[in-house]
Ligand binder design. Sequence first.
Ligand code: DX5
Ligand code: ZN
Length: 223
Amino acid sequence: MKRIISPSMLSADFGNLARDTKMIHRSAAEWIHIDVMDGVFVPNISFGFPVLKAIRVASDKFLDVHLMIIEPERYVARFVEAGAGLVTVHAEAVADLRAVLEAIRSHGVLSGVSIKPATPVSTIVDVLDVADLVLVMSVEPGFGGQSFMPHSLDKVRELRAVGYEGLIEIDGGISASNAADAFEAGCNVLVAGNAVFGAPDPDAEILKMLAAFGGRSSEPLQV
Ligand code: DX5
Ligand code: ZN
C-alpha cells in the first residue's frame, strides 16, 4: 500500500514561503497540500492562484489541492494550469459530483472528493468509481491546529469495507502520535500542518510519521 505525507502549507510561514516550500521539497514528504478557502464554504479565507504559483516555482513535487470553496467546478482548469496534480472538491459543495470529478480527470490530473466530519460515506458511494482519492476530514475544515476526531477512522474503514481501492487521505490533527492508527485504518496519504511546521525538525517529524506504521517500515511504499 502506498504511504505518503502531504504537509499542509497553511501552517507555513508566508513571510518565508519559498524557504518553507524548499524545506518540504528536500524532505521525505512526497506531496504538498494546498488548502484553498473562500470564506463562504468555510469561515476562513486562505490563498489562491498567486500563492500556488509561488509554491510551484519553489518545488516540483506533486501538488495536492484541497478546495474548500463553493462552485469549485468554475476553477478546476485554473488550478490545473497553476500546477495541481490532484484537485479535491467537497461533496457538500457540489450538486453534480460525478460531472465535476469527471471534469477534473479530463484535465489529466487526479480527482478527489472530500467529506466533512458529519458527512457519511454513503453520500459518495455512488461516485467512488470516478474518484482517484477520497479525503476524509478529521477536523471541521477551515483552520489548522485543531484536535483529531477519532471517529473519522471509522469512515476510512467503511470506505475499504465497501471495496474502495483508490487512495484515501486524512486531514486534520494528524501527527506522529496517530499516524500509525491512520495508516492501519487504510489511509494512504496523511496531511499534516502544525505537526510538521511546528516541529523543531520538520523532516524528522515526517520520517517519524512514515515510520509509525506498526514500526515495520521507515520508507514510503510504492503501489
Ligand atoms: C483544515 C485544512 C487542513 C489543515 C491541517 O481545513 O484542510 O489541511 O491545514 O492542519 P493541521 O494538521 O494543523 O490540523
Ligand atoms: Zn486540507
